[in-house]
Ligand binder design. Structure first.
Ligand code: FAD
Length: 551
């Protein structure tokens, strides 16, 4: 990493929380010049976003720091990442351990991980520091943004009061819920206030761990209480023994001075818990989603674009996927093989994911509220136990949360489809969906072979005749030629359908730089160049975007 000194770059990232750092890692590993402006010299103090999905771990693999991330964890390797749901308190007789994201683990190339957000940020800061094309400006606040047809200008102010101007082709606001970039780019935000004040506490207690010994080992404990309208009292492990993260509903007029965290913890636990407080903060249950993720040359990602209650551990994971989606598109446009209108697909693909994720969270809270109103062991124990048992069955079904881009204009998905989160994981390669891992005959995983550009996987039939092999070779040559014609970098991987690769269900699979399938079929289209133009956003039918010049 070079020190700030030259202030013309390709992309300015405002905000070096986990999403801004992830974006810097993604662009920096692709060699794109980036200036990262982050107000704080140190990482945030609260553990917050701890559960990282298997998909997020794939990002860390591609950014070259997955081993460092795993080494930074506080829980022992193999500690089950999952939760316990209990009724009324953790001492009660009604509880279950719902199946979590581990049920979809086989559809990803990496395992999920859990560690405090400040450790994730430290790993990313370390990775970004090793990238020559990234200039980190820690201790600088972005205070002004100018956007025009030709570029962007960000003014940053240091703690000393000194100011600097940075020019670039693009700016990305990863500057959190109160995003300056979103506001100055004139992007509106739709808010839904769920009308509940919450406390967030970090505390140490050996008693709590001891009291949970009756449960199978888990990292999170969710308490549903009939008086709390579907909002949870929630414990999350920070380390294996004594540090805990806790949130719970509090009265609207609560302040950090009036909230009795120890009493709330004991009520949720249902047994005596001596605890030593490390942090107490307050927040409001609300959803904020930006009306668009782009205005001209300005983009927003992570909490700047969407924030919602931390139920289900979606916030950071969704933000990291924003970064990955935007990074390959910015890289393609800056390299010149895609037009600026490719960037319009960032908001088109990513915003519906946040909208549907937030709705799923709100629906979950409403469903819990309705359940707690309707059933009570005091009123009718048998009826309650039947309904509680029914919840257990429902929650152990494979999750139907599967973000996809079937409806994207640069994906050849089914007619009439949309981008969203409702779907099922599958081994089959489906346009708009994440590519599941598979072993190649070399012994390496397909995902290890995917590059930073588009990749075409060609799977030949088992026992092919020489003619068949020649045909497959000719198809690969045809698409390479088409890629050259549209000036698009393309890698081709050839293998057979043996050893389970037939489960992809297609002989040709075109994979995007973010490991999503753009197109899949059993024979190449008659005009492969037309396919490549479409997936690179070069097709004329797409609405024009802003004109772009490399800074
Ligand atoms: C209680 C709680 C639990 C959570 N649990 C999970 C979980 O388990 N899994 C999950 O995926 N998510 C979780 N989340 C959500 C997750 O913490 C956030 O989604 C995540 O922090 C978003 O990262 P970000 O980089 O977008 O924004 P932030 O983390 O808010 O980072 C924004 C950065 O921008 C900087 N900044 C702001 N303005 C400027 C400026 N003008 N100039 C320079 N720098 C600026 C700030 O200093 C900050 O570093 C949780 C959140 C909470 C509150």
């Amino acid at each position: 990493m070079t020190e700030p000194g030259q202030f013309r770059t390709s992309v300015i990232i405002v905000g070096g929380g986990p999403v801004g750092l992830g974006l810097a890692a993604a662009l920096g590993t692709a060699g794109v010049p980036v200036v990262l402006v982050e107000r704080s010299r140190t990482v945030s103090a609260v553990p917050k976003g701890q559960n990282l999905t298997a998909r997020s771990l794939e990002h860390f693999y591609f950014w070259g720091c997955v081993d460092q991330l795993r080494a930074a964890r506080l829980l022992p390797s193999g500690f089950p990442i999952g939760g316990i749901t209990a009724y009324q308190s953790l001492a009660g007789s009604y509880w279950y351990a719902p199946a979590g994201r581990e049920t979809v683990g086989d559809f990803y190339f990496q395992r999920a991980e859990r560690l405090p957000q400040y450790l994730t940020e430290s790993v990313l800061r370390g990775r970004v520091a090793a990238l020559d094309s990234v200039v980190g400006m820690y201790g600088w606040s972005a205070i002004d943004l100018r956007l025009d047809e030709g570029g962007v200008r960000v003014t940053a102010r240091a703690e000393s009061g000194a100011t600097r101007e940075i020019d670039a082709a693009f700016v990305v606001g990863c500057d959190g819920v109160r995003s300056m970039v979103r506001e100055q780019a004139g992007i509106g935000c739709s808010a839904t206030d769920l009308g509940q004040r919450m406390v967030l506490a970090v505390f140490r207690s050996a008693d709590l761990n001891a009291g949970l010994a009756r449960f199978p080992a888990r990292t999170t404990y969710r308490v549903l209480h009939p008086e709390l309208k579907g909002f949870w009292r929630f414990f999350g492990r920070v380390d294996p023994e004594e540090t805990w993260f806790f949130h719970a509903p509090v009265p609207a007029d609560a302040t950090t001075g009036t909230v009795d965290v120890a009493a709330l913890v004991e009520e949720a636990a249902g047994f005596p818990v001596a605890c030593e407080s490390e942090y107490v903060g307050l927040w409001n249950m609300r959803v904020d989603i930006a009306d668009t993720y782009q205005r001209g040359r300005a983009f927003i990602a992570g909490d700047a674009a969407h924030s919602h209650p931390p139920y289900g551990a979606y916030g950071l994971n969704t933000g990291l996927e924003d970064a990955v989606n935007l990074a390959w598109k910015l890289t393609a446009v800056l390299r010149g093989w895609a037009p600026a209108r490719l960037l319009d697909t960032y908001s088109a693909e990513r915003r519906p994911i946040a909208v549907e994720t937030a709705q799923a969270i709100i629906d979950g809270i409403s469903a819990d509220h309705a359940f707690l109103d309707r059933y009570s062991p005091e009123r009718d124990r048998i009826e309650f136990e039947q309904a509680w048992g029914g919840r257990t069955v429902g929650e152990t079904a494979p999750p139907s949360y599967e973000p996809h881009y079937e409806g994207s204009p640069i994906v050849c998905g089914p007619a009439g489809s949309v981008c969203g989160v409702r779907g099922q994981h599958a081994q089959a390669a489906r346009a708009g969906h994440h590519l599941s891992p598979a072993l190649l005959s070399s012994g390496r995983n397909v995902l290890e072979e995917l590059g930073r550009d588009y990749t075409l996987i060609v799977l030949t039939q088992d026992g092919l005749t020489q003619d068949g092999l020649t045909q497959a070779g000719a198809s690969a040559a045809a698409i390479r030629e088409a890629a050259r014609a549209v000036q698009m970098p393309l890698r081709v991987i050839a293998d057979t359908v043996e050893d389970g690769r037939a489960a992809y269900g297609s002989r040709y699979i075109l994979v995007r730089p973010d490991q999503y399938v753009a197109w899949a079929g059993n024979r190449l289209p008659a005009d492969p160049a037309e396919l490549l133009r479409r997936v690179a956003g070069q097709a004329e039918s797409e609405p024009p975007g802003p004109s772009v010049s490399q800074a």
